[in-house]
Design a protein around this ligand. Structure first.
Ligand SMILES: Cc1cc2nc3c(=O)[nH]c(=O)nc-3n(C[C@H](O)[C@H](O)[C@H](O)COP(=O)(O)OP(=O)(O)OC[C@H]3O[C@@H](n4cnc5c(N)ncnc54)[C@H](O)[C@@H]3O)c2cc1C
Length: 260
């Protein structure tokens, strides 16, 4: 495919920004508290100020109104430039599902947050449910006008710095394993939700989440109750593009460093 002049200029602008702000180890150490933070609020704020975050999300909800090509240019160049904003891509995945199935309020909140440099998380995986999400066991039980959530999620990226979690939970166990699943928009400061770091070799990224009688209003359901399997497939297909684009940027950076 051929890029337009604007798209090529956008790539150069992101590259020059990263060269100016994150090129040296000393700069990145300052931004990430010695490599312990995966996301720099300084860089997120600057990207937000430039209007580069949520560039592909609809303008009517506060996004940039461009397309996935522009988003991929941003993701590839910011990964190549080692900009510490790894949580941004997680929110971008979650946003696909909110935009397709969420309420107007949910769309405004999520896209507005993304554009402002705030992070959003998505919680699907559990100790017994990874590749096969049909194994999800965390339970959300409808009690009067709200759901009560109990159970565990694991490997949840950026949950400790996110505003909300797009939570996949089981609301009905009577059908087959892909039925009876529902998505919820849960604030990360909800009473009863504990977020614990999973220590890895990299800066803090993944978390275990423990839900103990977390009350979630019916208005926090994203899409149709018990239809989450169908809803999720859209967000996850875009996630593959997002991860591939960032991997391309990281590979390009490795090559640049080897040649330099
Ligand atoms: C850095 C990181 C960040 C993550 N962030 C998030 C997040 O933000 N939110 C979230 O919900 N999850 C997240 N995850 C979890 C991730 O989605 C899961 O790790 C992934 O779905 C795989 O699940 P699993 O680890 O349980 O592995 P398993 O499903 O147990 O798979 C283990 C291995 O078995 C293979 N395998 C599985 N089933 C089959 C089969 N039927 N046939 C053949 N081979 C098979 C797999 O390919 C894999 O190689 C993250 C994981 C990592 C490592």
């Amino acid at each position: 495919m051929r890029f337009t002049r604007e798209q090529r200029e956008f790539a150069v602008a992101v590259r020059e920004f990263c060269d100016a702000e994150c090129k040296t180890l000393q700069q990145r150490d300052l931004l990430t508290d010695g490599g312990t933070l995966a996301n720099s609020t300084v860089i997120l704020d600057k990207f937000a100020g430039l209007g580069w975050l949520a560039v592909s999300l609809p303008e009517e909800y506060g996004g940039g109104g461009a397309g996935m090509v522009e988003e991929c240019i941003f993701l590839e160049e910011s990964a190549r430039g080692l900009a510490p904003i790894t949580g941004y891509s997680t929110g971008l995945t979650a946003a696909q599902t909110y935009l397709r199935y969420g309420t107007e309020d949910q769309k405004h909140t999520i896209v507005g947050n993304m554009a402002a440099g705030k992070l959003e998380a998505i919680a699907l995986s559990e100790p017994g449910a990874g590749s096969d999400l049909g194994g999800v066991r965390i339970k959300a039980e409808l009690v009067d006008d709200h759901y009560v959530v109990n159970g565990q999620k694991t490997w949840i990226s950026a949950a400790h710095v996110a505003e909300h979690i797009l939570l996949l939970a089981r609301t009905d166990s009577s059908g087959n394993k892909h039925q009876g699943l529902t998505l919820f928009m849960v604030p990360t400061d909800a009473p009863g939700l504990q977020i614990h770091e999973i220590k890895t070799m990299e800066a803090r990224t993944c978390n275990d989440l423990y839900f103990t009688d977390v009350a979630v209003p019916v208005s926090a359901v994203v899409g149709t109750p018990n239809q989450a399997w169908r809803h999720l497939m859209r967000g996850l297909s875009v996630e593959r593009l997002i991860i591939a684009t960032m991997a391309l940027g990281a590979a390009q950076r490795s090559l640049d460093d080897v040649i330099a």
